[in-house]
Design a protein around this ligand. Structure first.
Ligand code: GLC
Length: 538
């Protein structure tokens, strides 16, 4: 790795789910002007890059991941002038803005699909994946949707089925057709010409499918619950040809200056496959999302093993990244419990690589229980028996800004699109800003230390043996700069540790409780339950 680092290597990425950040129109749904209003807040927590979940026109069958027009703004969120203002305001604050690009599928209301479905000989017919019914009239093969049920829907007009790995209103584009590839590259140029700093690319590892549409093998370990897990997805996920598509996308970004604009790819794959998405010549994703902190059990040794495996597998020109939460996963504070939420964030912000933080995690927002009549998320509606497990509404609720009705997200009296957490009057940004030892102030202490210290935003990583199963410790070093020792107690027992292999003395820079400071001897370090420390080695 060279000595110069790009913004997407050193800064923190913050994901905003626009529907839930700030409602200025008073209709219960967040909007672009709301994000603009809260930009100084985002800057104040030490974040550099904002990723916006989709803001395009959409019938909202999958809350914007069903795009009806890639080059416009959904009126629900504002208009193109609002967007331009937001982009300019972000840049004026030396922040970056990246958009969600959803190339795998469109909405069935996109003009491309309207044309494609109109007749078998429409010139855009093969922009999507159409197939004849099986001899019994059923779907062409056994493929299933991630959200439940078959991945095929029969279109009566032309008597063929079309493919959708999500809801039926999300038909999949055919990336074996060069015209589709060109069209999507032009979409990218449209936004890059406006000055957008890059894209988070939705389900990038699903963009190619087996052209022979072969049946997928049945998973012998399927427990009979989530239909998506019924098959082993060898013909719909991670096909080798997908890398050609991604290389073309990356080449478009590089037209705007190598390393200037970023491509982050959504890929749920083990490391041996995930790392292929950097590209053989580092010519694909800058950051293939690493979701293993989400997918791994919350256990010090399991997490340590993940970190070590990733660190060992990465080549020197492959930049690491870590994610703790997103709009598809239960909130971190709920997954690990409130006592561990600070440890989790300390881990995220001190590992080597770009951290991605989900809005609200900086105040330890929790999943919100959604009464059945308010459930909106398609997988929860399609598979109600496992809604608690797979439903994503609980982690998408309105940002908790203050103790006013509707948590300051929507004006009082407005019905918000998802319910606001009941504890918002105690747990909100305004309250946490004034409490010195709040989660928010803890997050800021970490993010600012990280920004100031080269060891933390670009230094090397090395595991330190802690001698305790529940404690994960590591060092971060950058030549010519201060070194740091991070000690994380994943358990609820206290420990006295000998960490002298990392050094003899240190000074506490950030402690999870925000109370502890001062110098300590590393050969006899007392760590209380659920405690994490960032220690400057002296
Ligand atoms: C991605 C998105 C998810 C969406 C799906 C289909 O996984 O993160 O929210 O439902 O793609 O677009």
């Amino acid at each position: 790795m060279s000595d110069t680092y790009h913004w997407w290597q050193t800064g923190i990425v913050y994901q905003i789910y626009p529907r839930s950040f700030q409602d200025t129109a008073g209709n219960g749904v967040g909007d672009l002007n709301g994000i603009l209003e809260r930009l100084d807040y985002v800057k104040s927590i030490g974040v550099e890059t904002i990723w916006l979940s989709p803001i395009y026109p959409s019938p909202m069958a999958d809350f914007g991941y069903d795009v009806a027009d890639y080059c416009a703004i959904n009126p629900l969120f504002g208009n193109m002038e609002d967007f331009d203002r937001l982009l300019e305001a972000a840049h004026a604050r030396e922040m970056k803005l990246i958009l969600d690009l959803v190339p795998n599928h469109t909405s069935d209301e996109h003009a491309w699909f309207t044309a494609s479905r109109s007749s078998r000989d429409n010139p855009q017919r093969d922009w999507y994946i159409w197939a004849d019914p099986a001899p019994d009239g059923g779907p062409p093969n056994n493929w299933v949707s991630f959200f439940g049920g078959p991945a095929w829907t029969l279109d009566e007009l032309t008597g063929q089925y079309y493919l959708h790995q999500f809801v039926a209103k999300q038909p999949e584009l055919n990336y074996r057709n060069p015209a589709v590839r060109q069209a999507m590259l032009d979409v990218m140029r449209f936004w890059l010409d406006k000055g957008v700093d890059g894209f988070r690319v939705d389900v990038i590892w699903l963009m190619m499918k087996d052209p022979a549409l072969r049946d997928e093998p049945v998973n012998p370990d399927w427990d009979g619950r989530n239909t998506q897990e019924k098959l082993i997805h060898i013909y719909t996920n991670n096909l080798p040809e997908v890398h050609d598509v991604i290389r073309d996308m990356r080449a478009v970004l590089d037209e705007y200056g190598p390393g200037e604009r970023v491509m982050v790819g959504e890929i749920y794959m083990p490391y041996d496959q995930l790392l292929n998405y950097y590209g053989a010549d580092n010519d694909e994703c800058h950051l293939p999302f690493n979701f293993w902190l989400i997918l791994t059990a919350w256990d010090a040794q399991a997490v340590r093993a993940q970190v070590e495996e990733y660190e060992a597998a990465l080549a020197s020109d492959q930049w690491p990244n870590w994610v703790l939460g997103n709009h598809d996963q239960h909130r971190i504070a709920t997954r690990v419990g409130p006592a561990q939420a600070r440890v989790a964030n300390m881990l995220l912000l001190t590992l080597r690589g770009t951290p991605t933080c989900y809005y609200g995690d900086e105040i330890a927002m929790q999943d919100v229980a959604i009464p059945p009549e308010f459930i909106q998320d398609p997988p929860a509606l399609l598979q109600p028996e496992i809604a608690d497990e797979i439903g994503r509404d609980p982690e998408r609720t309105p940002m908790q800004w203050n103790a006013a009705p509707n948590a300051g997200f929507s004006p009082p009296g407005v019905q918000t699109w998802l319910p606001v957490a009941h504890d918002y009057a105690q747990n909100n940004v305004a309250e946490q800003e004034i409490q010195a030892d709040s989660m928010l102030n803890f997050f800021k202490a970490l993010s600012f230390l990280r920004a100031d210290e080269p060891a933390l935003h670009r230094g090397s990583y090395a595991t330190v043996s802690s001698g305790a199963d529940q404690v994960f410790a590591y060092r971060r070093d950058a030549a010519g700069h201060a070194s740091f020792l991070i000690v994380l107690n994943f358990g609820d027992a206290a420990h006295t540790l000998d960490l002298s292999s990392a050094g003899h003395r240190g000074v506490i820079e950030v402690a999870t409780g925000m109370q502890r400071s001062g110098e300590l001897d590393l050969d006899k370090l007392d760590l209380v339950a659920d405690e994490g420390l960032v220690i400057r080695l002296t």
